[in-house]
Design a protein around this ligand. Structure first.
Ligand SMILES: NC(=O)c1ccc[n+]([C@@H]2O[C@H](COP(=O)([O-])OP(=O)(O)OC[C@H]3O[C@@H](n4cnc5c(N)ncnc54)[C@H](OP(=O)(O)O)[C@@H]3O)[C@@H](O)[C@H]2O)c1
Length: 228
């Protein structure tokens, strides 16, 4: 595939590595090349099969709008924009493109979501819940998109929004650690996912771009990773 990678930072640089290993042709654009979405004109996107975005919360919506309006498939790993998800979903449907997003593209975290879903039944049996997330000090959004996804799963299991709190820590170079603690007067359940490197995110994003080829519609990676 001909992939355009937006963002050549900590995660984007690994996406480029994985894409090259999987024999894709990959061009990258960083903040300078893509100021004001300059890398995303119809002309520049003409030969691109899919765009992968690991940039920042302040530019990602502009990137999404430009790519979707140009009719290009897109995989978005950047977090911090989900308040606009319904609007973007509508735009993807209107422009008949393919779009995969996720707060976390690692298969391990998506398996962890299943464990969270199963354990969250405890909230209907007198347990209280707390979510903790730790990331490196450079992370721009808090709480993390993954912590918000855990909260949604827990709420779907019947917990009131205000009954479960997310606590965010920003420390050193922590890649990403998420914990769900469920507590009753008699015992405590701990679930934890600890990312050792960013490679899992990068692999998931490239596989999602491959999966998206020829598809239309807006997909959450948690609903499609089993098909990869
Ligand atoms: N979904 C997932 O699995 C997952 C996993 C990890 C991270 N993330 C999210 O992905 C995003 C990036 O994380 P990161 O840790 O890789 O951050 P990072 O190391 O700070 O990299 C961000 C990169 O974005 C580039 N950038 C900024 N504005 C841009 C623009 N307008 N066009 C193109 N590139 C632009 C910067 O390029 P320059 O260096 O050229 O300025 C920078 O290298 C964050 O939102 C993070 O939460 C998601």
């Amino acid at each position: 595939m001909n992939l355009l990678l937006l963002g050549r930072g900590k995660t984007g640089s690994l996406v480029a590595e994985v894409a090259a290993e999987r024999k894709h042709r990959i061009t990258g654009a960083g903040a300078k090349d893509n100021a004001g979405c300059a890398a995303l004109t119809r002309e520049k996107l003409r030969d691109i099969d899919a765009v992968i975005d690991f940039t920042t919360p302040d530019c990602v919506l502009g990137n999404i709008e430009a790519c979707v309006q140009a009719g290009k498939n897109m995989v978005v790993g950047t977090t911090g924009w989900y308040g606009e998800l319904d609007r973007i979903r509508g735009m993807v449907e209107r422009h008949n493109t393919g779009f995969v997003y996720a707060p976390n593209f690692s298969v391990g975290v998506n398996l962890f979501f299943d464990a969270v879903r199963a354990a969250a039944a405890a909230l209907r049996h007198g347990y209280s819940g707390q979510i903790f997330e730790r990331h490196h000090v450079h992370k721009k959004d808090a709480p993390s998109g993954t912590a918000i996804a855990i909260l949604r799963i827990v709420q779907e299991a019947g917990a009131l929004a205000e009954a479960v709190e997310i606590t965010s820590f920003r420390e050193g170079e922590v890649v990403g650690l998420h914990e769900l603690v469920l507590e009753s007067p008699h015992d405590r359940i701990y679930l934890c996912h600890d990312a050792k490197s960013r490679r899992g995110f990068a692999e998931g994003a490239v596989l999602a771009a491959e999966w998206l080829a020829g598809k239309k519609g807006c997909y959450d990676f948690k609903d499609v990773w089993r098909e990869l």
